[in-house]
Design a protein around this ligand. Structure first.
Ligand SMILES: Nc1ncnc2c1ncn2[C@@H]1O[C@H](COP(=O)(O)OP(=O)(O)OP(=O)(O)O)[C@@H](O)[C@H]1O
Ligand SMILES: [Mg+2]
Length: 492
């Protein structure tokens, strides 16, 4: 066989032959080596597993009758301990039915003891097995990459309110049977939080499947969720599993749940309550153990009052309610998030941006972020994509003009003071009373908010406001009649 080795010159890899027939092993080993593979042999499973743990192996050629051992058992163990390794069974002619059985148990293919008579077929089989093993590993790497992209440890938080929410989510993760309802405005990180719960739960090895309930018409959403039997409707040519099944022992993330149709809401409630459901067109109950995390940016109670959402489903979903605050309500997260996105886009765009200038940070801190963290991410990405400076400057930041009628932020600071004219427009909502207050009163309200946000640290408050510390002190002195102590040292 050695002379046909050249056929596989490009498909080199590591092959281990586990066969008690030493002559046969030796012959294959030599042929494989001549063909440019790395090949080794073992005469027993013990010997084989020792070699598997010692050196990299892509393909195992495994004898179906390994002395007194049952090759099928050995195959199962290899697939369990080394799932990426492809196994080709070596069989005698009469054992072909057993070989087929092996393929059901995860063998890649089989060859017979007379493989040396058909070298082309033999090397093609080995080559394909190596390719399959490599592609498995590539897929795994890809999944790890994806996981890293969504790595829930990447949830960045500096504010106490977010840290507390993450702690709560991690606690909820421990009981995979609890249904969770995540609420919050668009882009606040609801899906990221759902992924965190999945990653920290005992279902983490199962799938995390996200489904946007507003994206599909009712019938399609139903068959996505519950699957269908072959022939259930004209286009149902084959059976299709629903996402409830795909996410068995995993997590089904139902985004925009408020947009689910009422009829489906009833079916979903039944499936959650009974942990079983029927495929469309099916007659059999299918049991699943799927954790449901639902998310919405609407108020489900209001939706229920308006008759658009089932109250019973709302109660069932909100066993554990998690509300992610808008970014403007946790401005302390802006610094850490900006740093995080700069690092990320340095990696992704091959840049070397060191950080943001204090003036740029001030702009970020005085904007009201209607699109929340997603908008911040996009603003940083755009700044880094288009600019060549190694620091993000205010001019790089493209922020939407402030819209009227936005929900009022609770703690956002606003630019004020004599430098106010040069600073970018702050969120309208930080000056909620601006129409009725005098300029001095509005300015004072802004200063007090900035101080509160800065934990009474005047240097920080002055930075937030974009004025000098001295200006701030002067203004505080002027207010001290109304609020004694504001201008006192030392700082907190
Ligand atoms: N705390 C955070 N740390 C790091 N990245 C975050 C954080 N919060 C959100 N992001 C990022 O912001 C983007 C939007 O987050 P996500 O998709 O989870 O928001 P959402 O609330 O589900 O939005 P929508 O309501 O529009 O579906 C994502 O790229 C996410 O990775
Ligand atoms: Mg989302």
């Amino acid at each position: 066989m050695a002379n046909v080795g050249k056929l596989q010159e490009t498909g080199k890899g590591n092959v281990l032959i586990v066969d008690d027939d030493r002559n046969f092993s030796w012959g294959l080993c030599e042929a494989l080596k001549d063909a440019g593979y790395k090949a080794a042999s073992a005469v027993s499973s013990k010997d084989g597993f020792a070699k598997l743990s010692d050196s990299p192996v892509d393909v195992v050629l495994l004898d179906l009758k390994l002395g007194a051992e049952d090759g099928v058992d050995v195959l199962k163990r290899v697939k369990k301990e080394y799932p990426d390794v492809a196994v080709i069974m070596i069989t005698a002619f009469g054992d072909i039915p057993q070989a087929v059985e092996c393929m059901r148990n995860g063998a890649f293919n089989f060859i017979t003891k007379t493989a040396h008579k058909e070298p082309e077929l033999f090397f093609a089989t080995v080559g394909n097995a190596i390719e399959s093993s490599l592609s498995r590993r590539r897929d795994k790497l890809h999944r790890q990459e994806l996981k890293r992209f969504y790595d829930t440890d990447d949830i960045v938080a500096g504010s106490e309110v977010m840290l507390e929410l993450i702690r709560k989510a991690a606690k909820v993760a421990e009981s995979p049977s609890s249904t969770v309802l995540v609420t919050g405005e668009t882009g606040v990180g609801k899906e990221l939080l759902a992924r965190l719960i999945h990653e920290r739960s005992s279902f983490k090895d199962g799938a995390f499947v996200a489904l946007n309930c507003s994206a599909l018409p009712e019938n399609l959403l139903e068959s996505e969720l519950f699957g269908y039997e072959k022939g259930a409707f004209t286009d149902a040519r084959t059976l299709k599993k629903g996402l409830f099944e795909v996410a068995d022992r995993g997590t089904l993330f139902l985004d925009e749940i408020a947009d689910m149709h009422l009829r489906l809401q009833a079916k979903l409630l039944r499936a959650i309550e009974s942990k079983c459901f029927r495929r469309v067109g099916g007659t059999q109950d299918i049991s699943v153990n799927t954790r449901i995390i639902a998310a919405t940016n609407k108020d489900l109670r209001d939706e229920a009052e308006e008759g658009r959402f089932r109250l019973d489903l709302f109660y069932r979903l909100s066993v554990v309610p998690l509300e992610v605050p808008a970014l403007r309500e946790r401005m302390e997260d802006i610094g850490p998030l900006t740093e995080h996105f700069i690092k990320r886009f340095n990696r992704e765009l091959g840049k070397n941006v060191r950080g943001s200038s204090p003036e740029a940070m001030q702009r970020l801190l005085t904007y009201d972020w209607p699109g929340n963290v997603r908008e911040l991410r996009n603003v940083i990405e755009r700044a880094m994509l288009l600019e060549t400076d190694d620091v993000v400057l205010p001019g790089h930041l493209v922020l939407e003009p402030v819209r009227r009628g936005r929900p009022a932020p609770k703690e956002a600071p606003a630019p004020a003071g004599e430098e106010g004219a040069q600073t970018p427009a702050g969120p309208a909502a930080v000056r909620p009373e601006a129409d009725t207050l005098t300029l001095v009163e509005a300015e004072k309200a802004c200063i007090l908010k900035a101080l509160k946000l800065a934990g009474n640290n005047k240097t920080r408050a002055a930075q937030i406001l974009g004025i000098s510390r001295q200006t701030l002190r002067t203004k505080l002195k002027a207010y001290s009649e109304d609020a004694p102590g504001l201008d006192e040292e030392p700082e907190l």
